[in-house]
Design a protein. Structure first.
Length: 158
């Protein structure tokens, strides 16, 4: 299974999802080796991961080298275009991200809250928030990722 997380610029929410999801999948006896994960932007490219996202990931146990190895993707780059094409599911943070996914892949799109809890709740962009609120956003995303992993484990055990 190939999972692609997307957000506006691939510097806050989607890279955090990518790292945390990959970590949890690798720790799962049910999912390990069965899921490939990537992230990309649907709106505009940036040069590096956001400093507060890097801090949040390092607080989760990722090394500075691992975190800063992230190269933000962008849908209009050839490599990332293939990620969209090959993904089994494209997971965005808000419904507005679906509008930016090319029409022939929109049927693969779901929001993070939908795959986690079965209903739509937008994941706000922490880039626009104060540092203390940024941390709250990362915790919200982490909870959704943990729930999504649990859901996938149940599905794959059936």
């Amino acid at each position: 299974m190939k999972v692609l997380f997307v957000c506006s610029q691939n510097m806050c929410r989607s890279p955090y999802c990518e790292y945390m999801f990959r970590k949890l999948v690798s720790e799962s006896p049910v999912l390990n080796g069965k899921i490939e994960v990537h992230s990309s932007a649907v709106m505009s490219p940036v040069k590096s991961i956001h400093e507060n996202t890097a801090k949040a990931l390092m607080n989760e146990g990722f090394s500075k080298e691992e975190v800063y190895a992230h190269k933000p993707g962008y849908i209009l780059r050839k490599y990332d275009w293939n990620l969209f094409k090959e993904a089994d599911v494209i997971i965005g943070m808000t419904k507005s991200h679906k509008a930016l996914v090319p029409f022939f892949w929109k049927n693969k799109f779901k929001t993070l809250s939908e795959v986690a809890i079965g209903e739509y709740k937008p994941v706000s962009d922490p880039w626009l928030q104060k540092p203390e609120d940024y941390a709250k956003s990362m915790l919200e995303i982490k909870a959704y990722i943990e729930q999504y992993v649990e859901n996938l484990e149940r599905e794959m055990q059936v």
